[in-house]
Design a protein around this ligand. Structure first.
Ligand code: MGD
Ligand code: MGD
Ligand code: MO
Length: 768
């Protein structure tokens, strides 16, 4: 049976049992236990799982079930070397599932794919670097190369990488954050002058209310559950807005507290739960503000106020235009788009108004829509009305994904670098970096599709599987003259090579990184702007892997030579890279000293200090009209009546494109990934039965057929008209051209689909 509703709390015994299972599966039990004990502690490594922070890096056990999976996955004892590739052709590998590819073990030596053979073959590091240099030198312009980054890269690797790429001459930095929190960065920069969250982990202990929009912490940020359970225990209100009923947002038993587990007690993680329609959150917030505005206007008549007038006057601009927009939004529009009633939103407004300190957090349910930037501006407007930014226990909190995605941006992985950053590079390194904006993910794929970009280099990640329109993304890479992947595990991108292709195996967060000056540490930044050191423990010296900084330095040295930057010298001792970072990026003063502190140091946040780095030095109320519809008009125009809006999300057993297994325990889905979660009334209305297999097709105004086949219908507690399927299986359905306003983020949480009966079996070659 593939669907069996889960009755337990999130966490608990099942989480421990699952952790044990993953320990055994990686065939490395002793080594892994040692690793887990060192995760996120003073002298261990930063968890390669999510970007949640830690209050104090002191407790004995600082890992969660899914962090354990991430550690185990990396510390596999299995190996993918040249003999593996001699056995398996690229064509054969391309037919295997994502699960199969990653489970072959750690990439162990550099390999090259070249015309004349369908197999990757061994190549020396020097020859690999030379091949890259030849290709990059051949390009007519540096803008014909794309330099992708995934958010696991350390600060040191990311800084060196951007320095190399800018010295080479382009700002083509497509990165995972273009598909992730781009809208948060854009919207917050416009609203409050800094593109990061304003809260610290301590603020969660002080908040009277925590609002969570479009986030599934039970799976994706499990360490946050403890924070939430603790908040509800001390009487704070935790209000979730989620399109689905997610178990981790209801109850939590802490697997690290045996007493709680023996007693079978589970703490509630939320006090209130609302299930808006996909893309309906902006309307929901608009409704809350509309209610509070009416209360405010009433209060004014009695010489009182509901909004924080003093804050608004001293710190903000743009209120009037915004309030006109709010007044013009009709209740009919708000209720229809949000799927929530005025009465429900009244109850939320009550909680908001009664709370002295409010945090609003969000993740992909907010950022992967067409109107994501507008939604985040709207959330920020609400916080500004009440002065809920820049005081303890309050603020805005985009909960980041990859463990160092925020740090990578701080280090300059940014296709649109600001002038101050570029000036700093010029001052420190004595060359003028390019200022013309480069490509983001969607633009990079488009440029490769057109044959304009010819070289792709990926510092981690799995672009082909993570990007929208899988068929087009595969074509884009196949069009390239050279594709290069710096990676730990085999994935779909590696088996979609360009004419030439290199796989360069690198060390991960959990590995010992030995350089001339001894074992090295790296640094990362979490969602709360805390920067701390991380040092791995697993000795991989038996294999021919190199660290990310060493690989980048090798490439840079081959392409640019040793002047004006002596790349190879930089990696002998990463203190040197950190000295460069200190000289270039504000906030990193005494970098090498400060990372000695347990738990690291706080980078600071201007908005938290109520310094608004906007053009007028004020926080901005930014007004957008509510979209008429979450789908663009030209898409609606295509549809008959039976269109559903689809979101693509993560199961409990995956890390992005890495599939650990086939259990989505909290959602009660087992042994199956090709599923479509759908309201039982929709199943009936569309003439299907539960468990039936369907083909799913996208509605989009072009001639490309976007279709996946043999997905099983699962009746689920989800609003009518909405559906959900797993990423990356559903990525072929997301049109490349369907992207967020201002952010260009693929709209992975709002895809218009229609269903038809399938004659395919649910098992295809890629999913077993
Ligand atoms: N174990 C594990 N941890 C991870 C990851 C992983 O894959 N596995 N990925 C990492 C990364 S890179 C990221 S970005 C984060 C992702 O963390 P999340 O954002 O939690 O990831 P998703 O699975 O995309 O979940 C989106 C959630 O939002 C809800 N949702 C979707 N659309 C809407 C909407 O329109 N409105 C509302 N209110 N809710 C909506 C969905 O029901 C779902 O609960 O996690 C990070 N941590
Ligand atoms: N439809 C749909 N698409 C989405 C999303 C969605 O919700 N729906 N989410 C989007 C989001 S939020 C994100 S962040 C992207 C993720 O996009 P990516 O970051 O590109 O994808 P990952 O799956 O995290 O990358 C996994 C690969 O990274 C490599 N790797 C792992 N650890 C390391 C390391 O330490 N160093 C190096 N060099 N390589 C390493 C391994 O080879 C592994 O195969 O996907 C996006 N795509
Ligand atoms: Mo992400």
């Amino acid at each position: 049976m593939s669907h069996k509703p889960y009755q337990g709390a999130a966490g608990g015994w099942a989480a421990l049992a699952s952790t044990a299972k993953h320990l055994v599966k990686s065939e490395n039990v002793a080594k892994n236990l040692k690793n887990l004990l060192n995760t996120n502690q003073d002298h261990g490594f930063d968890c390669p799982g999510c970007a949640w922070g830690e209050k104090e890096h002191k407790a004995t056990f600082r890992f969660c079930e899914n962090g354990a999976k991430a550690v185990n996955w990396e510390a596999s004892s299995k190996r993918v070397d040249a003999s593996f590739f001699a056995q398996h052709s690229v064509q054969w590998l391309a037919k295997q599932s994502d699960y199969f590819l990653e489970y072959q073990g750690r990439l162990a030596e550099p390999v090259v794919f070249a015309p004349g053979s369908d197999h990757y073959q061994a190549i020396s590091w020097d020859d690999a670097f030379k091949l890259i240099a030849e290709h990059l030198h051949q390009l007519v312009s540096p803008d014909q190369a794309e330099f992708y980054t995934s958010g696991r890269a350390s600060n040191e690797a990311a800084f060196l990488y951007q320095l190399f790429v800018r010295r080479y001459g382009t700002n083509n930095f497509p990165d995972c954050s273009n598909m992730c929190h781009e809208a948060s960065g854009h919207a917050l920069t416009a609203s409050i002058g800094i593109g990061k969250g304003t809260v610290t982990i301590e603020d969660f202990e002080l908040a009277d209310a925590i609002f969570l929009f479009g986030q599934n912490p039970g799976t994706n940020h499990p360490r946050m559950l403890e924070t939430l359970a603790h908040a509800t225990q001390r009487g704070a209100k935790v209000v979730a807005f989620n399109n689905l009923k997610e178990r981790g947002l209801e109850r939590f038993a802490n697997p690290q507290k045996p007493v709680e587990m023996l007693g079978g007690a589970a703490s509630p993680t939320t006090s209130h739960y609302f299930t808006p329609k996909l893309g309906g959150d902006m309307a929901a917030v608009r409704g809350i503000v509309k209610i509070l505005l009416e209360r405010h206007q009433q209060a004014l008549r009695h010489g009182d106020s509901v909004f924080n007038q003093a804050f608004i006057e001293q710190h903000s601009q743009g209120l009037e235009a915004y309030l006109i927009e709010v007044e013009q939004s009709s209740w009919q529009h708000i209720e229809k788009q949000s799927g929530l009633s005025q009465a429900q939103l009244e109850s939320v407004a009550d909680i908001y108004q009664q709370s002295e300190r409010v945090i609003i957090a969000w993740a992909m349910g907010i950022t992967q829509h067409k109107h994501s930037v507008a939604t985040i501006n709207e959330i920020t407007n609400l916080q500004l009305l009440f002065g809920q930014i820049g005081k303890e226990g309050a603020g805005v909190c985009p909960v980041r994904g990859h463990s160092n995605v925020q740090g990578d941006r701080t280090m300059g992985i940014n296709e649109k670098p600001n002038a101050a950053f570029l000036k700093s590079i010029e001052d420190v390194f004595g060359f003028a970096p390019p200022s013309k904006p480069g490509h983001n993910v969607v633009q990079a794929i488009e440029a490769m599709l057109k044959g304009q970009s010819k070289v792709f280099i990926g510092l981690g990640g799995n672009l082909v599987a993570a990007a929208p329109d899988t068929g087009l993304s595969e074509q884009a890479l196949a069009n390239c003259e050279l594709t290069v992947s710096i990676a730990t595990k085999l994935n779909r991108t590696h088996v979609t090579p360009g004419k030439y292709s290199l796989i360069l195996p690198c060390l991960g967060r959990t590995d010992v990184d030995m350089q001339a000056a001894g074992p090295q540490k790296v640094t990362v930044e979490d969602s709360f702007s805390m920067v701390h050191a991380s040092a791995g423990l697993v000795d991989e010296s038996a294999d021919d892997m190199r660290s990310e900084p060493a690989i980048i330095a090798g490439i840079a040295n081959a392409v640019l030579g040793a002047s004006p930057i002596d790349w190879l010298a930089c990696v002998q001792d990463y203190d040197k890279i950190r000295d460069y970072i200190e000289q270039t990026i504000p906030g990193f003063e005494h970098f090498n000293q400060r990372i000695q502190q347990p738990g690291g140091f706080y980078l600071g946040n201007s908005a938290r200090r109520r310094e608004w780095n906007t053009a007028t030095a004020k926080a901005q109320f930014i007004s957008h009209p509510l979209p008429d519809d979450v789908l663009p008009a030209e898409v609606r125009a295509l549809s008959e009546d039976q269109v559903l809006v689809l979101q693509t999300l993560r199961s409990h057993d995956q890390y992005n494109t890495t599939i650990y297994g086939f259990e989505d325990r909290y959602r009660g889905i087992y042994n199956e990934r090709k599923v479509l979660l759908i309201n039982p009334k929709d199943i009936q209305a569309l003439g299907f039965t539960e468990g039936a297999l369907v083909d799913i097709e996208t509605l989009w105004p072009d001639t490309v057929e976007r279709k996946v086949s043999g997905f099983k219908l699962i009746a689920y507690d989800i609003p009518q008209g909405n559906a959900a399927a797993y990423f990356p299986e559903a990525n072929p359905l997301v049109p490349l051209a369907s992207k967020g306003d201002f952010s260009d983020t693929p709209t992975s949480k709002s895809v218009a689909i229609v269903l038809s009966a399938s004659n395919q079996s649910s098992i295809d070659t890629r999913s077993a």
